[in-house]
Design a protein around this ligand. Structure first.
Ligand code: NAI
Length: 248
C-alpha cells in the first residue's frame, strides 16, 4: 500500500519512540520524511534506520523546536530540500513531572515551550507551504493527560490541553484552504519516556485501562497514518484517543 506516494512529511521528535515509529510508518507507505529532533545523533540514527528499510525516504534535521527562529529556518530548508510539505506531525514532547509544590518555573517553561510553543513554531513555519499542498494535514500528538489531568503533571497537562485547543483553532483557521488539523491523544504507550516510571505506578495505570495492556508505538503510528491519509479528508478538529479505552 502506498497511501503517501509523492507526499512529504515532517515529524518532530522523530529521533526515537513514537515519533520514529510514525516516521517509519509514513515512509513505509511511500512518504519522504523530514525527521526532526534535538540532537543530530538521534535524528541521524533514526533516519539511517528508516533509509536502510526504505532507501532515500528520510532526512535528518537536528533542531530544537522550542526555538522559534530555528524552526522558521528549518521550514525553509525542508522546502528547499523536498519542494513541498503535505503532512506535519507535531510529536516532540517532554515531561518534567513533579507536584506543584515543588515545580520550578523552569519545569513549567521547558514543558510549555516544547510541547505547546513548539507546535506553534512549526505551524507558523510550515503553514504557507501546507496551504498550497494537496491533502495537507497537521497532526498533533497530545495525551490523555491533556483531557483528564494528572497529579504531578500540571505543566504537561496544561501543555497537552493547550495543544488540543490549538489543534481546533488551527482546524478552523485553515479549513478554508483544505488543511485538516487533528490531535491524537495516546494513553500509556511503552517508550523510553514511560520506561522510567516505577513498576508500582505502571501497575496502577494498567488497572485503569479496559484493554488491560499498554499501547505500543505502532498503535499511535497507525492512527496518525489514518489521519494523514486521503481517507481522512473529511475529519478535522478532532481528538482521537488511542488509549485502550482509558478515557471513554
Ligand atoms: P520520547 O522521549 O521517547 O521521544 C521524544 C522525542 O522528542 C525525542 O526524539 C526527542 O529528541 C524529541 N524532542 C524533545 N524535545 C525536543 C525539542 N525541544 N526539539 C526537538 N525535538 C525534541 O517520547 P515518546 O514517549 O515517544 O513521546 C512522543 C510524544 O507522545 C510526546 O509528545 C509525548 O508527550 C506523547 N505521549 C507519549 C505517551 C507515552 O506513553 N509514551 C503518552 C501520551 C503522549
Amino acid at each position: 500500500m502506498s497511501r503517501f506516494a509523492n507526499k512529504v512529511a515532517v515529524v518532530t521528535g522523530g529521533g526515537r519512540g513514537i515519533g520514529q515509529e510514525i516516521a517509519r510508518k509514513l515512509a513505509s507507505e511511500g512518504a519522504k520524511v523530514a525527521v526532526v529532533s534535538r540532537s543530530a545523533s538521534s535524528c541521524g540514527k533514526a533516519a539511517d534506520e528508516i533509509n536502510a528499510e526504505f532507501p532515500g525516504a528520510a532526512k535528518a534535521y537536528p533542531v530544537d523546536i522550542a526555538d522559534h527562529a530555528a524552526v522558521q529556518e528549518l521550514a525553509k530548508q525542508v522546502c528547499e530540500d523536498f519542494g513541498s510539505v503535505n503532512i506535519l506531525v507535531n510529536n516532540a514532547g517532554v515531561t518534567r513531572d513533579t507536584l506543584l509544590m515543588r515545580m520550578k518555573e523552569d519545569d513549567w517553561d521547558t514543558v510549555l515551550n516544547t510541547n505547546l510553543k513548539g507546535a506553534f513554531n512549526t505551524v507558523k513555519g510550515f503553514m504557507r507551504v501546507l496551504m498550497k499542498a494537496e491533502d495537507a494535514r497537521i497532526i498533533n500528538i497530545a495525551s490523555v493527560i491533556g483531557l483528564i489531568g494528572n497529579a504531578g503533571q500540571a505543566n504537561y497537562s496544561a501543555s497537552k490541553a493547550g495543544l488540543i485547543g490549538f489543534t481546533k483553532a488551527v482546524a478552523r483557521e485553515l479549513a478554508g484552504r483544505q488543511v485538516t488539523s487533528n490531535a491524537v491523544a495516546p494513553g500509556f504507550i511503552t517508550t523510553d519516556m514511560t520506561d522510567e516510571l516505577p513498576d508500582a505506578v505502571k501497575e496502577a495505570v494498567i488497572g485503569k485501562i479496559p484493554l488491560a495492556t499498554f499501547g505500543e508505538t505502532k498503535d499511535i503510528a497507525e492512527a496518525v497514518a489514518f489521519l494523514a491519509s486521503p481517507g481522512a479528508r473529511y475529519i478535522t478538529g478532532q481528538v482521537l484517543a488511542v488509549d485502550g479505552g482509558m478515557t471513554m
